[in-house]
Design a protein around this ligand. Structure first.
Ligand SMILES: Nc1nc2c(ncn2[C@@H]2O[C@H](COP(=O)(O)OP(=O)(O)OP(=O)(O)O)[C@@H](O)[C@H]2O)c(=O)[nH]1
Ligand SMILES: [Zn+2]
Length: 362
């Protein structure tokens, strides 16, 4: 076998390169570009990035709306950057922490017309690296692999037939072992994607019969709620309540999906919390950062259920989107079992916002 990295391995490298401030070369539709994350790029690299060609900052339509920038590309806007753009000014465009203190930005003249596919893919890559959803993009002449080799960078062509799609990688079982828990005896199964993305876990309580609907929960990681006992959400009590219900029912399956902060990562969730301290609700805070209100892809849950031989479930959730997504992926949901635990005075507004804006059932 050749030692040359596969498309999935190059994607894993591209994510970590982006996170440490290195540019990567992206090829989309035969066009190549240098792509870097404005959140982490070092000042000298930023100067080099801006010093040639036509550098552009790609931001999502949510961030553009906050900055009152016209959106011509549907879900994103492309802002041409001056070679002299200061790092602090770039930061202010992508990071809303200073919006209220420093609201005067612009005027902006976003690009109109032309193709934004490269920019879209670059933002998707930044999101999948759990960075702020923005990308520096500078088109370059030539072939992707050759440009990358010249600078010692990695490259990827996510849309190529042999390329690695940016949105979903299949997971494989890694290991499973017995785990006695206070809720009951169970097994912890670990699943891993090949592209450097997060592991996901399945906690099996008892030995649920696959021939009957399995009491199941898709739980998204919440470090603050699950581990620290945060009172801002209901995740900790939901996690423990679900495990207890499964033990009481004689078995069940809890998928612990590492989709922290509804898929934006813990650092970005803390940025959202900081905006919430300025008065924005959970949905508004995500939008000001440039994210959708929910960036999770529940297809991963359906894939893990499939790997575990589970086709029919009774789903513990208040979120109808989870039911719809599983059904759409071929998992039969015979019943939605409500999971209303952990309400407290500090999370009442958060739960009311989820009900009003995200369709959660109270
Ligand atoms: N971005 C963001 N994420 C949050 C916030 N509060 C909690 N979360 C995340 O929201 C997710 C909660 O997920 P779940 O409890 O599985 O899902 P849910 O959509 O509430 O649905 P059910 O609990 O099944 O009814 C976790 O990933 C938390 O980290 C917030 O204010 N902002
Ligand atoms: Zn939580």
């Amino acid at each position: 076998m050749s030692f040359e990295p596969t498309a999935a391995e190059r994607l894993a490298r591209a994510r970590s390169d982006l996170r440490i401030g290195l540019p990567v070369v992206m090829v989309v539709g035969g066009r190549a570009a240098l792509v870097a994350a404005p959140e982490v790029i070092a000042p000298d690299r930023l100067r080099a990035f801006l010093s040639d060609g036509d550098p552009v900052l790609a931001i999502t339509h949510w961030r553009a709306e906050t900055l009152k920038i016209r959106v011509y590309d549907g879900d994103l806007a492309r802002l041409p950057l001056d070679p002299e753009t200061a790092a602090a000014d770039l930061r202010a465009l992508i990071d809303p922490s200073g919006d209220l203190a420093n609201p005067m930005k612009g005027p902006f003249f976003p690009l109109r017309g032309g193709d934004a596919e490269l920019h879209r893919a670059a933002i998707t890559l930044a999101k999948s690296a759990r960075l702020l959803p923005a990308a520096l993009v500078r088109e370059v002449e030539g072939e992707g692999p050759e440009i990358a080799a010249r600078h010692g960078l990695t490259w990827l062509d996510p849309a190529a037939p042999e390329g690695e799609p940016l949105d979903l990688a299949p997971v494989s079982p890694v290991v499973s072992a017995r785990l006695p828990m206070s809720a009951g005896d169970g097994r912890l199964h670990i699943f891993r994607p090949p592209d450097g993305g997060e592991d996901h876990y399945a906690i099996e309580i008892g030995k649920p019969d696959r021939g009957a609907p399995v009491l199941t929960r898709l739980h998204s990681a919440c470090f603050t709620g699950d581990v620290l006992g945060s009172l801002k959400c209901d995740c900790g009590p939901q996690l423990n309540g679900a495990l207890a219900q499964m033990a009481e029912a004689g078995g069940g399956l809890l998928l612990y999906l590492n989709q922290e902060g509804r898929g934006i990562g813990l650092a970005n969730k803390m940025r959202a919390y900081s905006l919430q301290d300025q008065g924005f609700d959970t949905v508004e805070a995500n939008h000001r950062l440039g994210f959708e209100d929910d960036e999770r892809d529940f297809r991963i849950g359906a894939a893990i259920l499939g790997k575990m031989g589970v086709r029919t479930v009774r789903l513990l959730t208040n979120n109808p989107r989870k039911v719809d997504m599983l059904t759409g992926c071929g998992i039969e949901v015979t019943e939605r079992v409500p999971l209303q635990v952990g309400r407290n005075p500090l999370n009442a507004a958060y739960l009311a916002t989820k009900a009003a804006k995200s369709g959660h059932l109270l």
